[in-house]
Design a protein around this ligand. Structure first.
Ligand code: GAP
Length: 449
């Protein structure tokens, strides 16, 4: 990958500094702030600011529309984060949701064993010395206590995946929604993992959000559904406007498979720090439902009227991270372009997920112009997140909105009050169209979908 100062995938900016520039833009424009910043921050947790929260909501809405609203075979769910600890015993998370932890005796750095290059002499990734402890298994689940007594009987866990809330509600949802196999259950919600080495901004954090869908199928059709869902989910990222050449699929080898999976694929994105997982698509077989049947003593099988047989369904899972998708949208859209006075930083977000859809600028404060601009803004605000800015030069106002990822800026100028037209400037091409103020909403409707 190009690491010079010119023409990287991000315009003028060198690959190595993309993340630093993005973190600083995120703070400046109100996308992401360090959590508890005034106290020096807390490891790997982040807060979403005014633009970040809008972008996050737009991504989740886009997922929900695709996965639930536009389909008849998928139902929604919002299960509690705190569940019976028996759920995590049955699912295998208490025994098996671990990472091998190694301590460096020299610099005291703690890291995952897989951060050591297997082809070289074992060395600490931070100080480079070889005085390391043996690896020990570290459970990634956060533990807390329910109720006023802190003893073993009151231990509960913060869920490390949203999936289990779906499995234990499989029959409730199927019966209430009168679904038949194949059908799915979708959920968006927080998950928590006490990661040994979080990092890369919001890529790996200890508190994050997942968008998961579990699709229940006849066992013999699991392979076919796995392929279909992998294709659908890949297509979703392309529809989100992500550059195609930055997406790829990685199939897990036997040694990479999670304890519950018979086959697994990662949809990966090429971040400035390398190819990394964005979403997992897994064939979880009947592992989870069988385990919950055994532990709870409740039947979780399905009677197939057509095949006249009873079986425990296989599950095809699509598991995406909200925060990781948001990071991909920021990284993929980030560019530094132009030279000197023409230089600008721009976030080329797809207009459908951009936090602010349109900004309105009165050009100068005279001749009834602010009034007209205020009216135009108020009319747009009824339908979209529209922004009003009358501060500073027009160039500075454009630059602020370019950094915020706003796809269109509307300027109300000297001619507007006499001929009823306004200028619409396109964020990416910087070209301008003259549009009648009366037809502006219609024009935007066409360009925002
Ligand atoms: N239910 C299956 C499951 O949780 P996973 O591959 O461990 O599978 C799925 O996680 C997705 O959740 C990942 O592809 C990623 O997008 C997101 N994710 C997992 N751990 C994360 C973390 N520590 N920080 C941010 N996102 C994470």
């Amino acid at each position: 990958m190009n690491d010079t100062n010119h023409q990287s995938d991000w315009g003028n900016v060198a690959t190595g500094s993309v993340m630093d520039r993005l973190v600083s833009l995120s703070k400046r424009r109100g996308y992401v702030f360090q959590s508890s910043e005034i106290y020096g921050g807390i490891g790997s947790t982040w807060d979403y600011g005014p633009l970040g929260v809008e972008l996050k909501r737009n991504i989740k809405d886009f997922w929900w529309r695709t996965m639930v609203e536009r389909r008849d075979d998928i139902e929604g769910l919002d299960a509690a984060i705190l569940m019976s600890p028996k759920v995590w015993e049955a699912s295998g998370h208490i025994d098996g949701f671990t990472d091998p932890l190694v301590d460096c005796k020299n610099c005291k750095h703690r890291f995952r064993e897989d951060e050591i290059d297997p082809d070289k002499e074992p060395r600490c990734p931070r100080c480079g010395r070889g005085d390391l402890s043996a690896a020990r298994q570290f459970n990634l689940m956060f533990k807390t206590f329910m109720g006023p007594v802190e003893d073993d009987a009151s231990v509960v866990y913060l869920r490390p995946e949203t999936a289990q809330g779906i499995y234990v509600n499989f029959l409730n949802v199927m019966n209430a929604a009168r679904q038949k196999l194949p059908f799915g259950i979708a959920q968006i919600g927080k998950a928590f993992r006490n990661e040994i080495t979080p990092g890369n901004f919001i890529f790996r954090t200890r508190e994050f959000e997942q968008m998961e869908m579990q699709y229940f199928v006849q066992p013999g059709s699991a392979g076919e559904w796995l392929e279909r869902w992998l294709e659908e989910r890949n297509e979703w990222y392309r529809e989100l406007g992500i550059r195609h050449d930055k997406l790829r699929v990685h199939e897990h080898g036997d040694e990479e498979l999670a304890h519950y999976a018979a086959a697994a694929f990662d949809i990966e994105y090429e971040f400035p720090f390398g190819w990394q997982e964005l979403e997992g698509v897994h064939n979880r077989t009947d592992f989870d439902l069988t385990a919950h049947e055994r532990r709870s003593g409740k039947k979780l099988s399905y009677f197939d009227e057509e095949a006249k047989e009873r079986y425990v369904p296989y599950i095809i899972e699509t598991s995406a991270g909200v925060d990781r998708t948001l990071l991909v949208c920021l990284v993929d859209g980030f560019r530094e372009e132009g030279e000197g006075k023409e230089a600008r930083t721009v976030l080329r977000l797809d207009p459908r997920i951009a936090p602010i859809k349109v900004a309105v600028f009165p050009l100068v404060k005279r001749d009834g112009m602010p009034e007209m601009a205020i009216e135009v803004h108020a009319a747009l605000k009824r339908r979209w997140n529209a922004f009003f800015d009358d501060g500073g030069s027009i160039g500075r106002r454009y630059r602020r909105q370019d950094e915020a990822g706003t796809p269109f800026c509307v300027t109300v100028d000297g001619e507007s009050t006499s001929d009823g037209t306004v200028t619409v400037r396109h964020r990416d091409s910087m070209t301008q169209d003259r549009v009648s103020a009366d037809r502006l909403a219609e024009w935007l409707e066409d360009h925002l979908s």
